[in-house]
Structure formats: structure tokens, C-alpha cells
Design a protein around this ligand. Structure first.
Ligand code: ZN
Length: 291
């Protein structure tokens, strides 16, 4: 009797165990099925609409700042304008806007990439340099902090399918101390013919100049008064052929221009500049990348 009871109990628990296992199994398959369906749907959506990746680089970094004038720091100004441009572009569902830094500091993906790939970045730059300069001697150079950061950003952009790059700056040069006349206006820098992104960058620069001319004048400084200046040595636009995608530097104004001093006039300029910039980026994408 006792044995029968134990046997019965064992059968009971075995049935319960099999039932639980079986129902959990069915449930998990259903869950997996649902998961798979969801994953398939996402994959179809993202491949149907390939997002264009825009990298916005607010020029200079805190502590290694650029120009300054009467309490204004270029690295703060570039971030302020970058956020306004980002604020417009994120409304475009076709775009994936990546900021190099924002109010929370550096984009961790990029800063972490640079700090953990220092040697690889140096090797990559040296290889590009040797090919571009046609030197047969492998001339290995170590990179200082700022070039490492700039080249590291180019390498990261290259490996992360960035489609277009905007570098935001404010001009300070040439400023002749003691001279009454200061320069005014914008200048766009792009790379020369030695870089594979030269043509695309020049078209992007022309689109940008077209839009900026609606809100301000080209620089009146010698050499910068053409509006677009070609410079083969600027890392951010791809010196040593380190970028394959269009990249420009926009010096939106001279930091010491009168309208830059008061918050209200500066902000109203930033609103207009952000709108012009976003339009230029969207136009370039519509004409060149979406075909
Ligand atoms: Zn600068």
C-alpha cells in the first residue's frame, strides 16, 4: 500500500513535470517565433530605408580650446551651434545624427575607440601618409593628442559608415592686434585633389556656401574671401587621404565680430546659421547620396 502510494505520487509529479516542461517549451517556441517575427520586421525596415549617417563635430575640445575673445570660448560656441543643427536634423527620419560631443561630454563610442586604438590609428595614418606622399621609406611618426583625436575620428568615421561630416568652427585668424578693422564673414575649408573625398567635399562646400550666403557675407580677409578655401593639410577634412566621405570645416564667423558679443544677437545668428546648415546638408544628401 505504502509502495503503491509512493509510486502514485511519483507518477503524479512526473506528469506535472512533463506538463510544465512541455508547456514551457511550447511557450518558448512561441516567444522565439514572436521574437523572430519582430526581428525580421526590423531588419526589413532598416534595409528598406538606409539611414544617412551625419557626423557633427563641434570644433575643439574643452581644455584644448581654440579661439577666445572677451569671455567667449570657441569650444563652447561650436557646441552651442552644433546642438541647434542637431535639433533640426533629428526631425528628418532619414538621418542618423551623430555628435562628436554634446553637453554630456565626448561621444563614448568615439573617445573609447581613440583611447583603445592609439597604435592602430598611428599605423593607419602612417600607411596613408606613405601612400599619399609616395615615400618608400616607412616613416613612422607618433601622434600628439590633437592630431590623434582628429585622425582617430576619421578612422572611426571610416569604420562606422559615416556618410557626411560637418566640422563647426569660429575664426580668429588673421586678427591683427591693435588694428581697428577686424575681419567678418564665413569661410569654408575643404580638402585638395590628393584626397579621394575632394570632389564630394567641394560639392558639399558649394551647397553650404549657397545657403550661408543667404544669411551672411563671405569673409573679407585675404585668402578667405573666396568663401571656399582648399587646404590639403587639414586633418578634419581628410589630409593624407584619410577620409572617403565629404567633410568640410565651416568657420561661421570671426569670434570678435560685433554680433557675436551679445547673447541675443549671437543666438539669432545661430538660429539662422543652423537652419542654413541643415538645409545645405539635406540638399547635398538629396542630390548626391539619395540617387
Ligand atoms: Zn577652430
Amino acid at each position: 500500500m505504502k509502495e503503491k502510494f509512493i509510486f502514485g505520487t511519483l507518477i503524479f509529479f512526473a506528469v506535472v513535470f512533463i506538463y510544465i516542461t512541455f508547456s514551457y517549451h511550447v511557450f518558448s517556441i512561441k516567444k522565439i517565433d514572436n521574437g523572430a517575427t519582430v526581428l525580421t520586421t526590423i531588419a526589413t525596415t532598416t534595409s528598406d530605408i538606409k539611414k544617412i549617417k551625419v557626423l557633427i563635430v563641434p570644433g575643439h575640445e574643452p581644455g584644448f580650446g581654440g579661439a577666445w575673445y572677451r569671455g567667449l570660448k570657441e569650444e563652447d560656441l561650436t557646441l552651442s551651434l552644433a546642438k541647434k543643427i542637431q535639433g533640426i536634423l533629428i526631425n528628418n527620419p532619414q538621418l542618423d545624427v551623430v555628435m562628436l560631443r554634446d553637453d554630456n561630454g565626448w561621444n563614448y563610442d568615439i573617445s573609447n575607440y581613440i583611447t583603445t586604438n592609439k597604435i592602430q590609428i598611428e599605423d593607419w595614418v602612417n600607411k596613408h601618409k606613405n601612400i599619399t606622399q609616395n615615400t618608400h621609406i616607412y616613416n613612422k611618426q607618433k601622434l600628439l593628442h590633437i592630431p590623434l583625436t582628429l585622425y582617430g575620428t576619421n578612422k572611426w568615421a571610416d569604420e562606422n559608415n559615416i556618410d557626411i561630416i560637418l566640422n563647426i568652427h569660429f575664426n580668429s585668424n588673421p586678427k591683427i592686434i591693435g588694428q581697428a578693422r577686424y575681419y567678418k564673414g564665413f569661410t569654408i575649408y575643404t580638402t585638395g585633389n590628393k584626397s579621394s573625398n575632394s570632389t564630394s567635399s567641394k560639392i558639399f562646400a558649394a551647397d553650404m556656401m549657397y545657403e550661408l550666403l543667404k544669411i551672411e557675407n563671405k569673409s573679407n580677409a585675404p585668402k578667405e574671401d573666396t568663401g571656399v578655401v582648399v587646404d590639403q593639410d587639414l586633418i578634419a577634412v581628410g589630409s593624407n587621404n584619410t577620409l572617403s566621405v565629404p567633410s568640410i570645416i565651416v568657420e561661421y564667423a570671426y569670434i570678435y565680430e560685433n554680433f557675436m558679443q551679445a547673447t541675443s544677437t549671437r543666438n539669432s545668428f545661430f538660429e539662422k546659421a543652423a537652419l542654413s546648415t541643415a538645409t545645405a546638408i539635406e540638399n547635398y544628401i538629396a542630390n548626391k547620396l539619395n540617387k
